[in-house]
Design a protein around this ligand. Structure first.
Ligand SMILES: *[C@@H]1O[C@H](CO)[C@@H](O)[C@H](O)[C@H]1NC(C)=O
Length: 491
C-alpha cells in the first residue's frame, strides 16, 4: 500500500511535469530555442532556492496563459548548467531575463506573480515603437521626462529597423515613437531621417542627425537624457561612478540653494559637457559623503571634483564662496591639470615598531610600489572586528618573514584605509593584496581563509620570490602571541 502510493505519487508528478508549459533548457539547446522564438522569458534557478520555489507555480500559470500568444517561458537549472548560467551573467537566484535572440537580453523588471508576468510579457511582445500621427504626437512628446521620436520616410526600411532595434533594447528606459509624416518633420525643422529626444529639463530637446546606427543612437539617447546638472543619490551614484569621467559635486542643504547654485553653475557645466558630470547632492541627507572627498562634512555649500577612474579628490576651498567665477576658474584649472589631488594621510611613522610595516598615504608608493619587493598589504578599518581578529596572526606572519632569508624581499604591511587615501578600490575590510616585485600593475587580491598557513601559500604562489617560510618556527619564537592575547583578554 505504502509503496503503491509512492509509485502513484511519482506517476502524478511525472504527468504534471510533462504537462508543464515551461520549457526546461540546457546548454546544448538554449541558444537554438531562444533564436527560434521572437521573445522568451528565461528563469535561471537553483532547486534549493526558496524564492525560486515560490515563483514556480506562478511561472507555470503565466506560461500557460501566454501559450496562445506564442510567448515562451523557459527555465534553466543553474546547478546543472553552470556554464550556461555564467555565460548569461547569472549572479543570484532566481534571475529572470527577457531574450529577443541571443544578442538582445534585458532583465525582467516586473513582479513575480502570474498576472504580472503575463501582462509584462504581453507588453514586451508589442512593438516598442508607437507609430505617431499629427493627432497623437503632441501628447506623446509629454508622455515622460524623456521620450524619443524618429522621423523617417515611409520607404526607409533601414532607418525604421535600426530605430526599432534600439527601442527594443531600451524600451524599459524611454518611450519610443516614430512618424513618416513629412509635415511633422518639417514642423520640427529637421530633415529625415532624424531623431528628436524631448525632455522636460535643460534645453527641452536634442537632435540626432547622423546616419542611423544602433550603437550611435543608444549613446545619443544616454547622453542627451542625462541632465546637464543631475542629482547624486542612491539611485544615480553607481552610474556616475562608472561613467568614466570625473564627477563634480555641488553640496547644499536645501532644495532652494541647490537650484540657485545649479543655475549659477550651468554655464560651467555646459562648457565641460561630456568631460565632467555635474550633479547636486543633498548635504542634509548625504553630508557625510563630503568627508570621502576630503571636504569638511559640516560646512555647506561645498564643491568638489572626484576623478572616478583613479579615485582622486579635488575639494574646492571651503572658506571661499561658491560663485560662478570662482568655480569656473577651479574647474578650468582642474581640466588643465593644474589642481593637485588632495591626499588624506596620517604622518609617516618615524620608526616601524612591529614586524608589520605601517603604510600611510604619503609612503604608499615608496613601500607598496617598491619594485624589488613582494609586498603584502592589508587595508583595514580601526572599527572592523575581522581586522582585529586577524591582527595577531598577521603579526606572526610578518615575524616569520622578518626572520627568514626573505627578510629583504618580502614586506608584510598594513594601512588604515579610513585615515589614508589609497589608490585601491576597497570593497570591504579587511582587503588583502599582494603587489609582486617586478609586476606592480598586477596586484592579486587575497580571497583565502585568514590563516598564517594560507597567507604564506598565497605569497609563495603569487610573489616573484616564491617566498615560502615554515610556520613551525613560530612556535620557537620567544614571544608566544597567542598567550599574549589571552593575557590581554584577562585584563
Ligand atoms: C516601421 O515598420 C513597421 C513594420 O513594417 C511599420 O508597421 C511601421 O509603420 C513603420 N514605421 C513608420 C513610422 O513608418
Amino acid at each position: 500500500m505504502h509503496t503503491k502510493s509512492i509509485a502513484f505519487g511519482l506517476l502524478a508528478a511525472a504527468a504534471a511535469a510533462s504537462a508543464s508549459d515551461v520549457v526546461q533548457l540546457k546548454k546544448d539547446n538554449f541558444d537554438e530555442f531562444v533564436k527560434s522564438n521572437d521573445i522568451v522569458l528565461a528563469e535561471f534557478f537553483a532547486p534549493w532556492c526558496g524564492h525560486c520555489k515560490a515563483l514556480a507555480p506562478e511561472y507555470e500559470e503565466a506560461a500557460t496563459s501566454l501559450k496562445e500568444k506564442n510567448i515562451k517561458l523557459a527555465k534553466v537549472d543553474c546547478t546543472e548548467e553552470q556554464d550556461l548560467c555564467q555565460q548569461y551573467g547569472v549572479e543570484g537566484y532566481p534571475t529572470l531575463k527577457v531574450f529577443r535572440g541571443t544578442e538582445n537580453i534585458v532583465p525582467y523588471k516586473g513582479q513575480r506573480k502570474a498576472n504580472a508576468i503575463t501582462s509584462y510579457m504581453i507588453k514586451q511582445s508589442l512593438p516598442a515603437v508607437s507609430v505617431l500621427t499629427k493627432d497623437t504626437i503632441e501628447d506623446f512628446k509629454k508622455a515622460d521626462k524623456v521620450v524619443l521620436v524618429a522621423y523617417f520616410d515611409a520607404n526607409d526600411k533601414t532607418s525604421n529597423e535600426t530605430f526599432s532595434q534600439v527601442a527594443d533594447k531600451l524600451r524599459d528606459s524611454y518611450p519610443f515613437g516614430a512618424s513618416s509624416d513629412a509635415a511633422l518633420a518639417e514642423a520640427e525643422k529637421i530633415t529625415p531621417p532624424a531623431i528628436v529626444l524631448y525632455k522636460d529639463f535643460d534645453e527641452g530637446r536634442s537632435v540626432f542627425t547622423d546616419k542611423f546606427d544602433a550603437e550611435a543612437i543608444e549613446k545619443f539617447a544616454k547622453t542627451a537624457a542625462t541632465p546637464l546638472i543631475g542629482e547624486v543619490g542612491p539611485e544615480t551614484y553607481s552610474d556616475y561612478m562608472s561613467a568614466g569621467i570625473p564627477l563634480a559635486y555641488i553640496f547644499a542643504e536645501t532644495e532652494e540653494e541647490r537650484k540657485e547654485l545649479s543655475d549659477a553653475l550651468k554655464p560651467v557645466a555646459e562648457a565641460h559637457r561630456g568631460v565632467i558630470n555635474f550633479a547636486t547632492i543633498d548635504a542634509k541627507a548625504f553630508g557625510a559623503h563630503a568627508g570621502n572627498l576630503n571636504l569638511k562634512a559640516d560646512k555647506f555649500p561645498a564643491f568638489a571634483i572626484q576623478e572616478t577612474v583613479k579615485n582622486q579628490k579635488f575639494p574646492f576651498d571651503q572658506d571661499s564662496e561658491l560663485t560662478h567665477d570662482a568655480i569656473k576658474a577651479f574647474v578650468d584649472d582642474f581640466v588643465a591639470g593644474k589642481v593637485e589631488p588632495s591626499v588624506k594621510s596620517e604622518p609617516i611613522p618615524e620608526t616601524q615598531e612591529g614586524a608589520v610595516t605601517v603604510v600611510v598615504a604619503k609612503n604608499y608608493n615608496d613601500v607598496v610600489l617598491d619594485d624589488t619587493k613582494d609586498v603584502l598589504i592589508e587595508f583595514y578599518a580601526p572599527w572592523c572586528g575581522h581586522c582585529k581578529a586577524l591582527a595577531p596572526k598577521y603579526e606572526d606572519l610578518a615575524g616569520l618573514y622578518a626572520k627568514s632569508e626573505f627578510k629583504d624581499k618580502v614586506v608584510i604591511a598594513k594601512v588604515d584605509a579610513t585615515a589614508n587615501d589609497v589608490p585601491d578600490e576597497i570593497q570591504g575590510f579587511p582587503t588583502i593584496k599582494l603587489y609582486p616585485a617586478g609586476a606592480k600593475d598586477q596586484a592579486v587580491t587575497y580571497s583565502g581563509s585568514r590563516t598564517v598557513e594560507d597567507l604564506i601559500k598565497f605569497i609563495a604562489e603569487n610573489g616573484k620570490y616564491s617566498a615560502s617560510v615554515s610556520e613551525e618556527s613560530a612556535e620557537e619564537t620567544p614571544v608566544a602571541p597567542a598567550a599574549t592575547e589571552e593575557v590581554h583578554d584577562e585584563l
